[in-house]
Structures are given as C-alpha cells and as structure tokens.
Design a protein around this ligand. Structure first.
Ligand code: CA
Length: 227
C-alpha cells in the first residue's frame, strides 16, 4: 500500500516514514502543502496522512481542494492537542479520521489500516476469499488453516489483490501501489512475485485463487463461486 505523508516537521516525518516502511507501507514524503497537493492529485495513493499546519497551503485547504478535484483517497488528519477545534472543520472538509500528536505508533498503524480497508469496502481486519484468510493486522496469510510463509513483499502483493478482489488489477496498478515512485524497477519483478505467490497460495489445491487475465492483469478470486 502506498502512503503519502505530508508533514513539515522533518525529524518526525522521517521517523514516521521509517516506522511505516517497517510495517510494509511504501511511503512518499512531502514537507509542504503545495507539493503535497500536487503529489496527491497526480499519483496513486491508498491513504494520505495530512498535518494541519503546513507551509504554503495548510492541511485543511489541501484537503478541500483535493476533495473538490474528485480525489477520494482516505485522508487521516494529524492534529496537535491545541488544534482540536480543527477536527470539526476537517470532518466537514472530507477527512476520514484523526491522529493526535504525540503519536501512539501502534494506534497510528491500526487507524491507517482501518481507513484503507474501509475505503475498499472491507471493514473487518481479516479478509477471506474461499479458504484463504488474510489478517491485515498481523500480516499473516493462511490457506486451509496453514500459514503460507510469505515474505513481507509477497504479503503486500497478496493483500493488495485481496482488498481489490472484485476486479482485475493491472501490472501498472501493482507498480503504482506497491513501489515508491522513485523505485527503478524491472517490470519482470511482478512476474517473479506473482509466480512465488502462486506457488505458495495455490500449489496443491484444486481450486486456484490467483488468476492471470492476459493483457489485463491479475485477479485474486474464487471464480467458481457464485457472486
Ligand atoms: Ca506542521
């Protein structure tokens, strides 16, 4: 999942970025409102963490502009205690949730994951597709009760496909959501990960859950099941 963090306190932003990356997020950092707005409008993100007091454009203006331009990416406003009155304005501007400074990091991560899941219509932490269960809190995937032993990046692929399982996910979309914009990729990397996932998720099972749609992309689904 790719996350945009707009926060002008650079030491805090960098600590947060590192912690979130350890939790499997791909994090883009922006230190001012104007740049943050540009990134939010022009790149694909699964969630945005938005500070309120920012240079150039403040967080509330940024959010209002973003929503007016039709971007529906979930936004979590970052508020200091003294900015509590901004919460109402933020909600009215289209914020999805709040994170209070100082941070309780596990709570921050839980709120981010919850906002992403809700935006994909999956409020519960465990996403189930046939006998595959993906626990988005613990980042553990099981099939038929057995842990799949995925690497962190393999898990990221599976989680993204699971949260979007109603549709086909293109290769470009996987690159956009699972890698940093500055990542110098070889697109064969996708074939490698999908092939690993197939081996770990589907090998030994009659019912295959990972499907390739030639020229379109991939879909994680129990296609034999009536919708
Ligand atoms: Ca600030």
């Amino acid at each position: 999942m790719r996350l945009l963090l707009v926060e002008d306190e650079k030491p805090l932003a960098k600590v947060l970025k590192k912690g979130l990356e350890e939790q499997g997020f791909t994090v883009e950092l922006s230190f001012d409102g104007e740049d943050g707005l540009f990134l939010a409008q022009n790149y694909a993100f699964d969630v945005i963490l938005l500070d309120i007091m920012l240079p150039n454009i403040n967080g509330l203006e940024l959010l209002q502009t973003l929503r007016k331009s039709g971007v529906e990416t979930p936004v979590l406003m970052v508020t200091a205690k003294r900015e509590m009155h901004d919460k109402v304005t933020g909600l009215e501007s289209g914020a999805d949730d709040y994170i209070s400074k100082p941070f309780d990091f596990p709570e921050v991560v839980a709120r981010i994951r919850s906002a992403i899941r809700r935006s994909k219509g999956k409020p519960m932490p465990v996403v189930e597709i046939a006998d595959l269960a993906i626990d988005t809190n613990t980042r553990v995937a099981m099939r038929a009760g057995q842990a799949l032993g995925l690497s962190s990046k393999e898990y990221d692929y599976l989680e993204y496909l699971a949260l979007n399982h109603q549709r086909v996910v293109s290769r470009n979309e996987l690159l956009d959501h699972l890698y940093s914009a500055s990542y110098d990729f070889d697109s064969n990397i996708i074939d490698v990960y999908i092939s690993n996932l197939r081996r770990k998720v589907d090998r030994g099972f009659d019912r295959k859950l990972i499907h390739t749609l030639r020229g379109a992309g991939y879909r994680l689904a129990n296609l034999g099941e009536k919708a």
